[in-house]
Write a protein that binds this ligand. Sequence first.
Ligand code: CA
Ligand code: CA
Ligand code: CA
Length: 191
Amino acid sequence: MHHRSKPASEQGFTLIEVVVVVVIIAVLAAIALPTLIDFLPNFRLRSASRDLYSAILQTKAEAIQRSQNVTLLLDSPADTYTIFIDDGGGTPANANNRIIDAQETVISSTTPFPTGVIFGPADLNNDGDFIDAGEIADADGISFVNNVIVFSARGLPVGIGTVGLRALASDGSVVRQRSITVSSGGRIRTQ
Ligand SMILES: [Ca+2]
Ligand SMILES: [Ca+2]
Ligand SMILES: [Ca+2]
């Protein structure tokens, strides 16, 4: 009676093979995890910054197209923004009050930032001050008067300012900061 050995593929794993695979997985995870933990808040911040930049451009384009002031309302505690026409909608008392009143036209409904992204002061080069290019010291992260970015029918900003964005880690620490600045010529710059 002779014994036929099974093909290698049917023999299952030896203990040493399992240990080697587990060690390889552990090493790969240890390498990838910090990158992943860092990557996610950064990714969200970039996407929030890009979306807000687009919203500012849209506000400008709508103002030109509609030949009237269009307002981008930045809500710092809520970390949202909304494009609307603050013209009172027929009720003069409600015009330019930075409140979206019942009869006013909402152009782009309220957009929240992704999880972990907030408005906040931005020290872009992390040197402890808030005075370098594109930095903003305002506690609420918005230096525009009354927290609105308004464009006129000519496509020019009614006021200039900077918006600071912060990406937070799950423990609440600040991972990365960015800013968007609107200059008097209507140029929009992200940093
Ligand atoms: Ca209003
Ligand atoms: Ca600084
Ligand atoms: Ca402010």
